[in-house]
Design a protein around this ligand. Structure first.
Ligand SMILES: Nc1ncnc2c1ncn2[C@@H]1O[C@H](COP(=O)(O)OP(=O)(O)OP(=O)(O)O)[C@@H](O)[C@H]1O
Ligand SMILES: [Mg+2]
Length: 512
């Protein structure tokens, strides 16, 4: 057996009302890729935040290369060779790649001035050593998410990390970017003897990349296995405690009137460049139109314009027969639109408010929750929030805690639960299952199909092509803000659609 890189001994972590880690004992071996899986709220991020020194455990001990951690602090963890890439990157967007990498350890000229050339040289060296290609002088906000993640990894390597924690690194990546990341992981493990711990909800990724896998359930470590002894099905049932079957979704075909209409829409991005460039589309009642596009091709801006969160430069958007140009998000919701936004943390939830308040949002004035429009009917509110909490199997410390303290996947469930509870005739859905565990994905997919079967018109955008295919009736591809193709989901394959997502047009394909 090889050397041990990290030892957790009887680790417990208690937050008010939740035992997030419950007596965990686990060894991570030097030079292995260790995958950590488990349902939303199982305690994965909590355990890794202990290793990175962000959390101080309530009980138990951590040893790094045999040395006991006496003081839980990220500075100490970094000095012991631990690096962590969080799901939400922590780079400075206006700095260059090189400036971000050397940040806080900058080479200085004559000890005073920031030495840009020096920083770029250091970065070049790292890039060569580890084969992680990035342009040192590129500005971070102008490079893709996949490259930004590479910068995060290089930054940990620059600080001397040899134990690398990646918390859901692939949630934000395209399939191609994921392949590239995995190639990098294999290389740093094989050639540099690094130890990598990766958290993911995608079980086929566990099978692809890891040597061993640990499964957590409700704070406990319920199994550690060699990946070669496992398959996705076994992993899913270990995680959830029951078999997870992706049954065929029961679709009923009853397409009705047009509910969403977009004509020749032009929308700008944050930098004032054209992001949506003359898009037209239509969605009718009882159907799901899926958008397949590589991140950054206008899909976010398109959905923001439709929901009133971004200005329409020209063209028009009509929801249920009413043109919504210039209307604010609240007024558009009033027409009968519900929205699951891409970025749940900044626009989906109010992190400082309770779960119950978040679930009620938009319904505060309903007569059942108000007596004579003056006094809040707390009993009714609690009953309502508890019911939804149960129905969507949200896991946390109950409806009274702040949403901000919940696990990533459970925050997402709060947004989905609230938006579905409106039974709105128009649904705009972006990344509905990003960061959500397999059991919950199954449930959310069933809910989406149920809304469709009951007559909702649904516009869906997801970076997960499997999800787009599984749910959509029709699919459009977007490339650089333009529609490059429109297909019946049943008449095209994932491979074929890849062409259109990278710029080929239907008309060109027809000539081949
Ligand atoms: N800072 C905190 N304060 C209070 N409770 C917390 C805090 N951090 C985590 N928790 C709770 O601890 C539990 C475990 O959360 P954790 O984030 O570790 O889950 P996870 O396995 O990473 O889930 P996900 O897959 O959704 O990211 C959850 O019930 C969560 O609400
Ligand atoms: Mg987590």
């Amino acid at each position: 057996m090889g050397e041990i890189a990290v030892q957790f001994k009887h680790i417990s972590m208690e937050f008010p009302g939740v035992l997030a880690n419950d007596d965990i004992t686990l060894d991570i071996r030097k030079g292995e890729v260790f995958a950590l899986v488990g349902e939303n709220g199982a305690g994965k991020s909590t355990l890794m935040n202990i290793l990175y020194g962000i959390n101080t455990p309530t009980n138990g001990e951590v040893f790094i290369r045999g040395k006991k951690v006496e003081h839980f602090d990220p500075g100490v963890a970094i000095s012991l060779g631990v690096g962590m890439v969080h799901q939400h990157f922590m780079l400075v967007p206006s700095f260059t790649v090189a400036q971000n990498i050397v940040l806080s350890r900058e080479p200085k000229k004559m000890g005073v001035f920031f030495d840009n050339k020096g920083a770029e040289k250091e970065t070049e060296k790292l890039v060569k050593t580890y084969g992680l290609t990035v342009e040192p002088s590129a500005v971070v906000q102008e490079i893709s998410v996949g490259l930004q993640q590479r910068v995060e990894i290089l930054k940990t390597l620059y600080r001397g990390a040899d134990i690398l924690i990646l918390d859901e690194p692939t949630a934000v990546l395209t399939p191609q970017e994921t392949d590239e990341l995995f190639a990098v992981i294999r290389k740093i493990v094989r050639e540099h003897g690094m130890t990598v711990i990766i958290i993911t909800h995608k079980l086929y990724e566990v099978m692809q990349i890891s040597d061993r896998v640990g499964v957590m359930r409700k704070g406990k470590l319920v199994g550690v296995e060699n990946t070669s002894d496992m398959d996705e099905r076994k992993l899913a049932s270990l995680m959830v405690g029951r078999p997870v079957l992706y049954e065929n979704l029961d679709k009923e075909d009853d397409i009705g009137d047009e509910q969403i209409r977009v004509d020749d829409l032009v929308v700008g991005d944050n930098r004032g460049l054209v992001a949506v460039d003359g898009v037209s589309l239509s969605v009718r009642s009882g159907e799901i139109l899926g958008i397949a596009a590589v991140e950054g091709n206008g899909q976010s801006e398109l959905l923001e314009a439709i929901t009133g969160m971004r200005k329409i430069e020209s063209g028009s958007v009509t929801i249920r027969g009413r043109q919504i140009n210039g209307m604010d998000p609240g007024a558009i919701r009033g027409i009968g639109l519900a929205h699951i936004p891409e970025d749940r943390i900044s626009t989906g939830v109010c992190a400082d408010a309770s779960v119950s308040d978040n679930l009620l949002m938009g319904k505060e004035r309903n007569p059942e929750f108000n007596t004579l429009g003056i006094a809040q009917n707390n009993a009714a509110i609690r009953k309502y929030a508890s019911e939804i909490y149960e129905k969507f199997d949200i896991r946390g410390a109950g409806i009274d805690v702040n949403v901000g303290s919940m696990s990533g996947g459970n925050m997402q469930k709060v947004v989905v639960a609230r938006e579905f509870s409106f039974d709105a005739p128009v649904l705009i859905i972006s990344q509905p299952t990003r960061g959500v565990d397999v059991g919950a994905i199954e449930f959310i997919h069933e809910q989406i199909i149920q809304q469709r079967n009951e007559g909702a018109a649904i516009l869906l955008s997801s970076a997960d092509l499997d999800e787009v295919f599984r749910l959509s009736d029709r699919i459009i591809t977007l490339y650089e803000g333009k529609v490059t193709g429109e297909f019946k989901a049943s008449e095209i394959t994932k491979e074929e659609i890849g062409y259109f997502m990278t710029g080929k047009r239907e008309t060109e394909a027809a000539h081949e």
